[in-house]
Design a protein around this ligand. Structure first.
Ligand SMILES: Cc1cc2nc3c(=O)[nH]c(=O)nc-3n(C[C@H](O)[C@H](O)[C@H](O)COP(=O)(O)OP(=O)(O)OC[C@H]3O[C@@H](n4cnc5c(N)ncnc54)[C@H](O)[C@@H]3O)c2cc1C
Length: 391
């Protein structure tokens, strides 16, 4: 039976696992990533692809120290996108270089003073209507418009580039198709073969919880924050932006994507997706239709079809179930648990992993990864390509 030696075994091929794998390989580690479904997985492929720089959080009026960590993320990603950063992402499609933020008529004057403040001025630029996207170039738009220096990425192309760069290191292995070895950090496959590492890295998103239990651990604890996302498909112009409501959380966040048949999809998150978790699908669609008509009242939605989609954010447990402000790592005796908490944090989280390995005295051994008798992991599809009921 094969006995394969490597330095690091990662479980889970969303953004956390794929980014970490690429950085480990670059740094000279031997590493293998085991994915139970498809690369791009659960949250990553369902994300809106926004490389946040924290503006959304600054909307509450202040930024805590750790929340400021996110301010550096758009710059790090942009460096990667031009081939100057940690990972060469020149092959990734950028859906939008900037996002927009707009307010509805009722809020415009109330917010004007706030946006003139120092914190917000450094993060966003007020625009005249003629400088904004076409959709706002109508006399019906009575709100205010701002541009945020935060790009939006096409997630399938990001996953494609990261997995191509680590081809030969990503295998498909069902969650139940292995058992932990009694000794050391390794697993036994169904055919009796063994894969031995020097550390196990858990990058399985919501799957981290059951992996930890399997390894006899009850901590770090995980929380789920559910979302009920909406998709609108039809003759819509491209738009990437947030509509501000009365709370610090945008009332609606819209990103635009083309499906395989070239149809425009507006993917809708923000407050609407959080508030919609208790609604059924048809009810959420009705609420979404109403909300879109309220924030862009001049838009013709008569030929637009709708679908909804549920997904949970998986994160380290926080007091009161709040949103974590930073990426998360827990490194204990050969098991390292990671939750990025935001796609945007992936570069920082990989730095933290490399630091943790160094702290544990795990340096690259120089061993070459032998072929493992498992199928290569394939890619997963974005929500709008799945079988959903469009109404
Ligand atoms: C709707 C939505 C929108 C979002 N939008 C944004 C955004 O615009 N910008 C942003 O910065 N962040 C965003 N986020 C957050 C971001 O998507 C997540 O923080 C990030 O994608 C989590 O990545 P991950 O790799 O930890 O998990 P996942 O993407 O969930 O990947 C985990 C992987 O592990 C695999 N797995 C599970 N169990 C096992 C096992 N036992 N063995 C092997 N593999 C296993 C799964 O199949 C999956 O492929 C959004 C999240 C959601 C849900």
């Amino acid at each position: 039976m094969a006995r394969i030696q490597t330095d690091i075994i990662l479980f889970g091929g969303g953004i956390a696992g794929l980014w970490a794998l690429n950085r480990l390989l670059q740094t000279g580690y031997s590493a293998v990533l085991l994915e139970s479904e498809g690369l791009g997985g659960v949250q990553t492929i369902a994300s809106q692809g926004i490389i946040h720089g924290g503006t959304k959080y600054a909307l509450s009026g202040n930024l805590s120290d750790s929340a400021q960590a996110i301010g550096a993320m758009p710059g790090r990603w942009r460096a990667c996108l031009t081939g100057q950063g940690d990972i060469d992402l020149r092959g990734v499609r950028v859906s939008a270089e900037h996002q927009y933020l707009w307010s509805t008529e009722g809020l415009a004057s109330k917010l004007a003073g706030f946006f003139a403040g120092k914190l917000m001025q450094s993060r966003m630029q007020a625009l005249g209507v003629e400088e904004g996207p076409e959709i706002f170039q109508t006399s019906a738009f009575k709100g205010r418009l701002y541009r945020l220096d935060e790009p939006v990425l096409d997630i399938p192309s990001l996953i494609g580039v990261l997995s191509e760069k680590s081809a030969g290191h990503c295998y498909r292995l069902g969650a139940e198709d292995w058992e932990l070895l009694d000794q050391g950090w390794g697993i036994r496959l169904r055919d009796g073969g063994e894969v031995l590492g020097r550390a196990l890295v858990l990058t399985a998103g919501a799957g981290n919880q059951s992996l930890l239990l399997r390894f006899g651990r009850t901590t770090p604890a995980m929380q789920r924050r559910p979302l009920h996302m909406l998709m609108a498909r039809g003759p819509l112009p491209p738009l990437h932006g947030h509509c501000l409501g009365a709370s610090a959380n945008p009332r609606l966040t819209i990103t635009s994507h083309l499906d395989r048949q070239g149809r425009m999809i507006w993917y809708l998150g923000g407050q609407q997706a959080e508030a919609g978790v208790t609604r059924g699908g048809a009810e959420q669609v009705a609420a979404g239709r109403q909300e879109l008509a309220a924030v862009l009242p001049w838009l013709d939605l008569s030929d637009v079809e709708w679908a909804s989609f549920r997904v949970d954010r998986a994160e380290p447990e926080q007091p009161g179930g709040k949103r974590p402000e930073n990426s998360f790592i827990d490194a204990r005796e050969g098991i390292i648990t990671l939750w990025p908490t935001k796609l945007a944090f992936a570069p920082l989280l990989a730095d933290r992993l490399l630091d943790a390995l160094r702290d544990q005295g795990i340096a690259p051994s120089g061993c070459e990864l032998a072929h493992i008798p498992l199928p290569a992991a394939g890619l997963t599809s974005p929500p709008w390509e799945r079988t959903l009921q469009w109404i």
